[in-house]
Structure formats: C-alpha cells, structure tokens
Design a protein around this ligand. Structure first.
Ligand code: AMP
Length: 230
C-alpha cells in the first residue's frame, strides 16, 4: 500500500514524499478512502498513529476538487489545546505546499491582534481552540456559515477539559449539511453518545501508534497500545 493507491492527487503525494513518508499508516489507509468519498468518520486513535495526516490530506483534496474559487472558511478543525492547533496547522502547511489553499490556527493565551490581521486574508482551513474561536465569532470576525467539513479532534480531552459547552455553541453556527470527522483517543460512553449527536451514518476506524505497531498488550480482555516509554 502506498499513497498513490489511495487515489491522492499528485500535489499531495509530492508533499508527503518530501515530508519523508513512504507508506500510509493504518489509520491513513483505512480512513482516507472514506473521507474522500464524503463519509462521516468516527476514529478511535491515539497520538502517534498519523491521525492528523489521515484527515489533513483528504480534506485538502476535497477542498481542491470543489469550487476552489471562493473567499469563505470551508473547513473548521476544533482541537483542545494551542499546541495541537499549531501542530495541525503545520500539517496543513506541509501537505498543501503545492496547492492553492491556506490555513490558519487561532487559540487563546496570546494577543488577539495578530490573529485578527491573519483573518483578513483568505483562510480556507481554520484550526481553532473553542474559547478563542467563540470570542472571535462574538466579535463578528469569523463567519462559519460556509463550513463544508468539520473536524472534532481529541473529543475525550475536550470533555475532560470542560470545553464541550463551547463546542456545542460552535456546532449551532455551522451548517447541518456537512461532512464531520470525529476523533478521540478513548471511546467512553459519553464520547460515543456525543458523537451520535453530530455524526451522520459514520464509518468507524481505529488505529494503533505508528511508532510501536507490534507492542500491543492484552489486559483484562481488552487491547491497549503500550506507550513507547514503558
Ligand atoms: P499524529 O498521530 O498525527 O500525532 O502523528 C504522529 C507522528 O506520525 C507524527 O510525527 C507524524 O509526522 C508521523 N506520521 C504521519 N504520517 C506518517 C506516515 N505515513 N508514516 C510515518 N510517520 C507518519
């Protein structure tokens, strides 16, 4: 299995090759065909599995395919922390190197001025933490009415960090007719219940870390991925 087998377009294959990746990870080869087909996804995947690229690459391809000529934000990725927002934005930067698409991340804990200036330019893909996004929406600097693809990253951490009320407010502001990609490291009952309220007929994908695919341990009937440091 290689990236060409996944029907990814040349500009993305070129970028992924330059990034040094020869083969898709498990979550990439499982999820990418469904995302390209426009399906909703529920993914149980820990960090280290290549999940970010698993949604970044097909999103870029979908945005390139449909009406590239526009001026609105078309994809929103919500993630719980500033560090994750920056990491996801960087991934979009890497894989969109040969595409006419632009990305921006916004998060709290830094002055709003730089983010406002960046929002005046064209933004195809917005990566955001919920609180700062709501601030900017309330100040009428961001319009989410043209969102086509919505990604909720690290849903379990969103719940643990008490960010779900903000996420729910944001969900009211994006179109119901959209593609939704939902990722969580763990799939507790509350995560699953919430996923059911925002997904439509989703395909379920799971993955183990890229760095230690063979290191699975059995523990009271369940499989756990063993962290590298153990
Ligand atoms: P993530 O799960 O998105 O946090 O990614 C974990 C790590 O996997 C990152 O350091 C990526 O650079 C790396 N990665 C992403 N795609 C691949 C791939 N196809 N092959 C090997 N490593 C990858």
């Amino acid at each position: 299995m290689n990236f060409k087998n996944l029907n990814l377009i040349n500009p993305i294959i070129r970028a992924v090759t330059e990034a040094g990746y020869a083969k898709p990870t498990e979550i990439q080869y499982t999820a990418i065909p469904y995302i390209l087909a426009g399906k909703d996804i529920i993914g149980c995947a820990q960090t280290g599995t290549g999940t970010t690229a698993a949604f970044v690459m097909p999103i870029l391809q979908l945005l390139k395919k449909y009406t590239p000529d526009h001026s609105e934000i078309r994809t929103l990725i919500l993630t719980p922390t500033k560090e994750l927002a920056i990491q996801i934005e960087n991934n979009f930067g890497i894989y969109s190197k040969y595409l006419p698409l632009s990305q921006l991340s916004i998060f709290g804990g830094v002055s709003i001025g730089g983010q406002l200036a960046a929002l005046r330019k064209r933004v195809d893909i917005l990566v955001a933490t919920p609180g700062r996004l709501l601030d900017l929406i309330n100040q009428r600097h961001i319009d989410l009415s043209k969102i086509e693809i919505f990604v909720l990253d690290e849903a379990d951490r969103m719940i643990d960090m008490g960010l779900m009320n903000d996420v729910k407010k944001i969900l009211q502001l994006i179109p119901r007719k959209r593609q939704t990609l939902f990722f969580s490291s763990t799939m507790s009952l509350s995560v699953r219940k919430f996923s059911e309220t925002i997904l439509s007929n989703p395909v379920e994908v799971t993955a183990v870390p890229v760095t230690s695919p063979a290191k699975m341990i059995r523990h009271v009937g369940k499989e756990y991925a063993k962290p590298d440091r153990l």
